[in-house]
Design a binder for this molecule. Structure first.
Ligand SMILES: [Zn+2]
Length: 293
């Protein structure tokens, strides 16, 4: 190749390289102008909840602590049907299935959840379900009752600790069989009618007492006003330390489906009990967010 020809070739290469750099820079600049977040956010805009084409209700729902992607369409429907409810309440209610009538869309309790099984008005136990149980000592329980062994060990620790503080606690009702619950519920229906009975008594298969993980302490009578007793004050402050939660708290009736039951405690283990205590949520909500798949 002659010297002249070589010079010409180098000149052409330089021109071509310059043109490619200019083209590349322009494309980047134009793209960047279209979406100012393109360099800030690697998510495609369809996954980015802050995109301007997302419904503002959906945007506020997504900001809620316990937002669950799988419940989105139900949140939106429930929010539309209940315009007076704020987004926190919408998420709370839907996660606890309150967008369906009690005792509808019922599924079987997942027994693989072990000590964290959920039994409520949407999760039921089979009529022949009988957990492993141990007999309770009369030092801790009225009459000879039965309970899950792990829950019972922690209940004993709790009752012993309370006694050191001058508080006398004892179990009056722990495990109840399907048949016992049937009799109990029917008795209440005959006494107060079905609608009223449903607010304070579980239908058979829907009672947490059938798991052996629940205990009614000292009373189960609304008229005794256990909530005003020093025993309740002690439990409110200390039960979580022993892995127990107040299962049907005051002002959460619309979520649990039961009246305030200051005497009913459910064993869930110390870690879960502490979370529920610290965040003031119900077990139904905890289950939806942390356990249910
Ligand atoms: Zn109870």
């Amino acid at each position: 190749m002659s010297r002249r020809k070589r010079k010409k070739l180098i000149f052409i290469i330089v021109i071509l390289l310059t043109l490619s750099v200019i083209c590349f820079t322009s494309v980047i600049y134009l793209n960047n102008r279209k979406d100012p977040n393109a360099f800030m956010n690697n998510n495609p805009s369809k996954d980015n909840p802050s995109s301007s084409d997302v419904d503002p209700v959906e945007l506020s729902l997504r900001k809620e602590t316990y937002f669950l992607e799988r419940n989105l369409s139900r949140y939106l429907r429930y929010a539309k049907e209940n315009p007076s409810k704020d987004m926190e309440e919408v998420v709370r209610c839907v996660n606890a299935n309150i967008d369906s009538e009690f005792y509808t869309n019922v599924v079987d309790t997942n027994l693989d959840d072990g000590l964290l099984v959920l039994v409520n008005k949407y999760h039921k136990l089979a009529s022949d379900y009988e957990p492993d149980l141990v007999k309770m000592d009369t030092k801790y329980s009225y009459d000879n009752k039965y309970m899950n062994a792990v829950a019972y060990e922690h209940l004993k620790d709790m009752i012993d600790a309370a006694l050191l503080d001058g508080i006398k606690l004892y179990n009056i009702s722990s495990y109840r069989s399907y048949q016992t619950q049937t009799d109990l519920y029917n008795r209440y229906v005959n006494k107060d009618g079905k609608e009223a009975a449903d607010t304070y008594s579980a239908r058979a298969g829907y009672s947490e007492h059938q798991t052996g993980l629940a205990t009614d302490l000292n009373t189960a009578d609304e008229n005794k006003h256990f909530e005003n007793s020093p025993e309740y004050a002690w439990l409110s402050k200390n039960a979580y330390k022993y892995g127990f939660i107040e299962r049907y708290p005051k002002d959460k009736e619309y979520i649990t489906g039961y009246i305030f039951e200051p005497w009913h405690y459910r064993y869930v283990g110390e870690t879960v009990a502490k979370y529920i205590y610290d965040h003031q949520i119900t077990f139904d909500e905890y289950y939806a967010y942390f356990i249910e798949k």
